[in-house]
Design a binder for this molecule. Structure first.
Ligand SMILES: Cc1cc2nc3c(=O)[nH]c(=O)nc-3n(C[C@H](O)[C@H](O)[C@H](O)COP(=O)(O)O)c2cc1C
Length: 255
């Protein structure tokens, strides 16, 4: 299988750097092909330039039209095209990053902003006019997984933890980016208390990650509800008869 490993950390000798090395060694040992987007090493430009910005100002308040996109016009810059090709070649996409201010580092957000453009990440329609997103899209059929380290302890991202439940914390990335573009999202790999690890803690974290990359193609994805299979009404609101008392992020996952 072909794995795209997208990595955002400025220091190769960091905890994240060591974990990446171990994960990639395991993937190679298992006979997989790995492509990397090491964003700091590539000096990835995270800024959307006005010329890259997809929307025609005359369409400002209209539904985006794929025919106006840079992708459709063939005017995308080579760095963006190269990343899109890597994504299309991949059977699984791993995003590895340290949690910075409750999210991915800005360089990785800028990778998403620039690569997941109209006609590639969004704005794709089926023949019947419905949009292909949330479980369908250009990246349907691929698996995705987040590997995230954080300074806080695991308790702080437990369901009643002060930082918020991990699955809710990662919802914008897992649901809003990875599932939105069609990928099946595996439960995340969390490396908590990352700033105060003993050698034993590190060994446990490394072996946990190695186990997860070994089962990258067999683990069950998070059962997010798909947009186009009947759970949502015409306004994209969950049907009244499904879990009528439930609200919030968790209603978008089947139980
Ligand atoms: C800019 C910045 C923001 C951070 N924000 C968070 C945060 O929101 N939550 C948290 O638990 N840790 C946070 N941390 C701690 C990092 O997640 C932690 O240092 C990192 O995961 C350790 O991995 P590393 O040694 O590979 O960098 C932050 C660190 C930095 C530098």
């Amino acid at each position: 299988m072909n794995i795209l490993w997208v990595y955002a950390h400025p220091e190769p000798r960091s905890l994240n750097g060591s974990l990446r090395k171990a994960a990639l060694e395991q993937l190679h040992a298992d006979g997989h092909t790995v492509e990397q987007s090491d964003l700091y090493a590539m000096q990835w430009n995270p800024l959307i330039r006005p010329a890259d910005y997809d929307h025609d100002p005359t369409e400002r308040f209209q539904v985006a039209n794929a025919s106006s996109s840079a992708l459709a016009a063939g005017t995308q810059t080579p760095d963006i095209v190269a990343e899109q090709q890597k994504l299309l070649r991949a059977d699984a996409v791993v995003l590895q990053f340290p949690l910075w201010w409750f999210s991915m580092p800005a360089i990785m957000k800028g990778w998403v902003d620039r690569v997941f453009v109209e006609g590639f990440g969004y704005g794709i329609r089926r023949a019947d006019g419905r949009s292909r997103r949330y479980g369908d899209g250009m990246l349907a059929g691929k698996r995705a997984m987040i590997v995230v380290s954080m300074g806080g302890s695991e308790h702080t991202v437990s369901p009643r933890g002060i930082n918020g439940d991990l699955h809710e914390l990662l919802y914008p990335i897992q649901h809003g980016i990875l599932f939105y573009t069609g990928m099946s999202v595996l439960p995340p790999v969390l490396i908590a208390s990352a700033d105060r690890m003993t050698e034993t803690d590190y060994a446990a974290a490394e072996s946990g990650l190695v186990q997860r990359v070994k089962s990258l193609f067999t683990d069950q994805p998070i059962p997010y509800r798909t947009q186009n299979d009947g759970d949502y009404d015409r306004r994209y609101v969950l049907r009244d008869d499904i879990e009528p008392e439930a609200i919030g992020i968790r209603v978008h996952t089947t139980t």
